[in-house]
Every structure is written in structure tokens, then in C-alpha cells.
Ligand binder design. Structure first.
Ligand code: R5P
Length: 314
């Protein structure tokens, strides 16, 4: 495997890339990203990739356009260098919320990005916890869609008071995902009625389910501005909940999200490392679980032609 499989890091999540490479016992292969004086990006692959099975890791985090361009140019360079197969490894797929035409004259950008990846040379995609399942269908190439549900559930299983837990979905859209998480914990589920007022504001109504006196584990795909989580915490406290744990796969944490979460004084904020979290946004009660073992195993299986689905038995 050592010479046949190659991993490249595009720059947005090098710690995770290194962790994946460590699990696989490989080195991260070198590439050079630079910028011409006219602000154009340039990428040079710094070792031979001819006929190799190449994985390019890039989380589409802020600055999103920049990171996307880095990835597209890297894949184009790999294709020109005669790579045998290119897998775009996207632990966090941004734009997944732009997955429908819910206003006039807008772009379904999640599909556009899928097309761009293909045009740039991706033969397949490996990603994790897409905002909505339908985004998977936007790709006209194989997609392995992993989930960190078990990673987070396994952590929560070891918490005290498991018998008193209730899993909370922040809105109806996330109920299926939270339901699968609740199943792993053998816990009941409550769902909150949420309406998004704007990019940064949400409003919540009734809690469907009995949360009074229970320890709530909020489960969501991502924390972006933190509005959804903050509103959920408020709603749950009003409903007489006991302890509150916040969990989400992608810690996007835009703007003041980390500060707002700190003020919310919950037991723990459990996230994964699909997004590289800057030091100043790490909270003292934040638990960052690594998805590197799961991603590495999926990459190994893709390389050897074993089932990736078998990683997620029902
Ligand atoms: C929404 O549908 C998602 O599941 C998340 O709840 C949302 O993306 C979080 O965004 P924010 O933190 O900005 O409320």
C-alpha cells in the first residue's frame, strides 16, 4: 500500500490529514501551493503520482472559495501528472445547505460544487455527514458518505446517567439523523419545531417529546453561527430539562459562535475534527473526537476494493 496509495493535504485541515496518514502508516505527500503576484493560485505536486491511487484531503471551511480553488487546482495538477485515480476527501462539505431552490433565481450550489469537482478530475468523493442526504445524489461519480454518529454516540455511552438521557433534534430536518444517534444510545428522542428567520437567526416553538427532568443530548450536523444550538438550549431550559450536552459533527463555529457557546454553560460541547478548530475557539468544556480512524479505514477499503458500507452495520 505504501507506494500505491498517496495522501495529499490541501491546507485547510492538515492535522486531520496527518492523523489519517499516521493511522495508515503513510507519509503525507508534498505539494506546493503558492500565489502569483496577480493573486492567481499555483499548485505543484512534488513527487511522482503516475498510476497511483491518490487521496486529496480538504475541508471546505473558511475561506471557502479559496479552499475550494486549492482543491480544484490540486486535482487538475494530479490528473495532468497521470494519477491513476483521484479521490476528493472532503471531511466537511460546505455549501451542502444550498441544496434546493427555496427562493427565486438562486443557485443550487451544492450541485455546482459536485460538478466542479468532477470537472477538476475527481474520480470519487469521500465525505462525512452531509447536511442533507439529497446532496449525495448531486454527484455523477461514486460517493462514500461516512457518518460520525457512532463516534459521538460511543463517547456519550460512557457518560453517567445514560438511563436519564434524551436525544434532541434541533429541527424536523435533523430528526432522522438524531433518531439514528438515539438508536445507538438506546435513548428516546425529542424534536423541536424550528423556523429559520435569516442566515443568523432562528426561532423555535414547541418541543415534541417529554424532556422535563431529563439530561438532554442535542445532536446536529453542524454548529455554524450557533443560533440553532443557542435557541435549542433556551427552549430546553424553558421546558425544564436537566443537564444539557451539545453534540455536532462539524464545528464550523463562525463569528462569535464559540463565545456564545461558552456563555451557554452546558455540560460539554462534543464535536469532531472534520473542521480544524483554531485554538481561540476551543472551549474548556469542548471534547474534540477524531474521525481519522474512520476516514483512514474508509480510504484503506476504497484502495483495496473492500466494502465501505460494511463499516456501518444497521
Ligand atoms: C440546519 O438545518 C442545520 O442542521 C444546523 O442546525 C445549522 O446548519 C446550524 O446553523 P447555525 O449554527 O448557524 O444555526
Amino acid at each position: 500500500m505504501k507506494d500505491k496509495l498517496k495522501i495529499f493535504c490541501c491546507g485547510s485541515n492538515c492535522d486531520l490529514t496527518q492523523d489519517i496518514a499516521d493511522v495508515l502508516g503513510l507519509d503525507v505527500s508534498p505539494l506546493k501551493i503558492s500565489r502569483f503576484s496577480n493573486d492567481n493560485l499555483s499548485v505543484q505536486i512534488q513527487e511522482n503520482v503516475r498510476e497511483r491511487d491518490v487521496f486529496v484531503v480538504q475541508s471546505l471551511t473558511t475561506p471557502v472559495s479559496e479552499h475550494l480553488m486549492e482543491m480544484l487546482i490540486t486535482m487538475d495538477a494530479l490528473r495532468s501528472a497521470s494519477a491513476g485515480r483521484i479521490t476528493a476527501v472532503i471531511p466537511y462539505y460546505s455549501y451542502a445547505r444550498s441544496d434546493k431552490k427555496d427562493a427565486p433565481r438562486i443557485s443550487i450550489t451544492a450541485r455546482l460544487i459536485a460538478d466542479l469537482l468532477k470537472t477538476a478530475g475527481a474520480d470519487r468523493v469521500l465525505t462525512m455527514d452531509l447536511h442533507s442526504a439529497q446532496v449525495h445524489g448531486f454527484f455523477s461519480m461514486p460517493v462514500d458518505h461516512l457518518t460520525a454518529i457512532s463516534t459521538i454516540a460511543d463517547y456519550m455511552k460512557n457518560k453517567a446517567n445514560k438511563e436519564n438521557m434524551i436525544v434532541v433534534a434541533t429541527d424536523a430536518g435533523g430528526a432522522k439523523r438524531a433518531g439514528r444517534f438515539a438508536e445507538k444510545l438506546d435513548a428516546p428522542i425529542a424534536i423541536i419545531d424550528k423556523r429559520r428567520l435569516s442566515d443568523t437567526e432562528v426561532a423555535q416553538g414547541e418541543v415534541v417529546g417529554n424532556v422535563r427532568g431529563k439530561d438532554a443530548v442535542i445532536f446536529d450536523d453542524e454548529i455554524a453561527t450557533g443560533s440553532t444550538i443557542l435557541e435549542t438550549i433556551k427552549t430546553l431550559r424553558k421546558a425544564g430539562v436537566g443537564k444539557i450536552y451539545v453534540s455536532a459533527v462539524h464545528a464550523v463555529l463562525c463569528g462569535e459562535a464559540a463565545g456564545r457557546l461558552k456563555e451557554a454553560e452546558v455540560e460539554e460541547v462534543i464535536v469532531t475534527n472534520t473542521v480544524a478548530i483554531p485554538e481561540e475557539k476551543k472551549l474548556s468544556n469542548m471534547v474534540i473526537l477524531s474521525v481519522a480512524p474512520l476516514m483512514a479505514e474508509a480510504m484503506r477499503r476504497i484502495h483495496t476494493g473492500e466494502s465501505v458500507g460494511a463499516l456501518f452495520p444497521h
